[in-house]
Design a protein around this ligand. Structure first.
Ligand code: UDP
Length: 465
């Protein structure tokens, strides 16, 4: 059976965040908090995991800073069995415009979806009061919409994924979800053009495009010196150095590599992603082997979370296995310049620190997604002033609109502009530095928590008022 669990988050200090904001923005932050506290009922966020993935990454600071600003905002997580998450993963793949496991989304899945959502919704009354706003994140929580409405609260559905063009997969998923979302009072997407992709026939529902943000003070993003980053990576066995843990003794840690760990001086290409075909880690290996390895002395590190025991993502283990096979088939001299790493997720702060270190140490950060709702890994790398080579899809286009801020390569990419861009940036440190500096300022201007509170208040305030 399914249930809803409340995730407590303590109050964050606003000092560090304020110091990151330029000009009058620190004052505006307080003003937004005061207006929010005066105008809004309790706002609930409901998603499917408290650790791992982009949504959890955002909800923690929304609560932490929200509480510091006097905003009443809370967080529920839906817990259900694997069968349910297999179905919701299928829907989410579809919304992203990709085929995924191609399993059925028929009457049986709709019944299961309805039943599990109803079970979980039995817990709603213990938390949500009439008049509250309940933001339901992604397909996993869409089935709660009608139950939230029954309680007299205001359901808003927020889709974090989307596709640039509708296709058979998006149509199938949005048709599946539509009956469950009939009573939604608002719809939030990360890009304006995702609206009709994720909710075909969403006709009269008020909607807004609200981009995610990163927390500059989190363990994932806070400042680390070059030497701190190096010793952290050495400690996790990802870089040559002293103090490496024995991977056999760290549950969940797996480093797949041939030969010694790369030296700190070797330029490292890094992609951090969930193990999901949408992130095309295998494609990064191909670009590296075909274009980057012959032209540079770079090393490639593909980093993702541990794949066993990830409740809401049952396909991760399967895709990681395919990446391993792919790695095994790389030509000999290239294979010894590529490492795959699964990081334990149990200690989320430790996980975040390694990701932080890897992104900071990278000569180039890549994100070769086939589709991307927003792409927080890109935001994180841009904030660290890294040159990023990504694909021109979904929310990445908003983050890297032109060549001043990085390289966003259009798909399909038969001539491997992706690999060529990586080589270009590795071999042109001046260009990389300039891009990195502009990229960081772009994130500061648009994708920090204060901008998000502002945008949320504008939209949710209208629904309430
Ligand atoms: N992430 C992480 N550890 C990992 C892999 C990913 O902490 O091993 C984080 C990553 O840093 C980012 C989030 O998970 O904050 C992924 O968000 P994104 O929007 O890039 O993609 P999503 O996973 O939501 O599709």
């Amino acid at each position: 059976s399914a249930r809803l669990r409340e995730v407590p988050v303590g109050q964050y200090s606003l000092d560090g965040l304020r110091a990151c904001l330029t000009g009058e923005r620190a004052d505006r932050l307080d003003a937004t908090g005061a207006r929010w506290a005066a105008a809004m009922p309790t706002v609930w966020h409901v998603n499917s995991t408290s650790d791992g993935g982009g949504v959890a990454e955002m909800l923690r600071p929304i609560l932490g800073y929200g509480h510091a600003l006097g905003i009443d905002v809370r967080w529920l997580v839906i817990e259900a069995d694997t069968g349910f998450f297999t179905t919701t993963k299928r829907i989410d793949n579809g919304i992203s415009g990709v085929a995924g496991d191609r399993g059925p989304l028929g009457v049986a899945q709709a019944e299961q979806f309805r039943r599990v959502s109803r079970d979980a919704a039995a817990d709603l009354g213990r938390h949500v009061r009439p008049g509250d706003v309940v933001v339901l994140h992604d397909p996993q929580t869409a089935g709660l919409c009608e139950h939230v409405a029954d309680l007299g609260a205001i359901p808003v559905w927020r889709a974090h994924n989307g596709a640039d063009r509708p296709n058979e997969h998006t149509v199938r998923s949005s048709a599946f979800l539509a009956p469950f979302l009939r009573r939604a009072r608002g719809l939030v997407t990360t890009q304006p053009h995702f609206r009709d992709v994720v909710l075909a026939g969403g006709g009269g529902v008020p909607s807004a495009a609200i981009t995610p943000f990163i927390d500059p003070m989190s363990a994932k993003n806070n400042a680390l010196s070059q030497s701190q980053a190096r010793s952290l990576l050495a400690g996790w066995g990802l870089l040559a150095g002293t103090g490496a843990r024995d991977p056999g003794r760290v549950p969940g840690l797996l480093v797949v590599r041939e030969g010694a760990a790369p030296a700190p001086e070797v330029p490292m290409v890094v992609q951090v992603s969930r193990w999901d075909s949408v992130k095309d880690m295998a494609g990064v290996m191909d670009s590296f082997a075909r274009t980057v390895a012959p032209a540079t002395d770079a090393y490639l590190s593909l980093i993702g979370p541990q794949v066993d025991g990830v409740a809401d993502d049952p396909e991760a283990a399967e895709y990681f296995r395919r990446c391993l096979e792919h790695w095994n088939r790389l030509p000999d001299p290239v294979r010894s310049r590529v490492q795959l790493c699964c990081l334990p997720t149990a200690d989320s702060a430790a996980n975040a620190r390694v990701v932080n270190a890897a992104q900071r140490h990278a000569a180039v950060v890549t994100q070769k997604s086939r589709s991307e709702g927003f792409g927080l890994t890109v935001t994180e790398a841009l904030w660290k002033a890294r040159p990023v080579v990504a694909t021109r899809v979904g929310g990445i286009t908003t983050q890297i609109p032109d060549a001043r801020y990085g390289r966003a390569v259009a798909l399909p990419d038969p001539d491997d502009h992706f690999g060529l861009s990586i080589t270009e940036l590795i071999t042109s440190p001046e260009t990389s530095r300039a891009i990195g500096a502009s990229a960081r300022e772009r994130i500061r201007a648009h994708f920090l928590p204060d901008s998000h509170f502002h945008a949320e208040l504008r939209f949710l305030g209208e629904l309430v008022g």
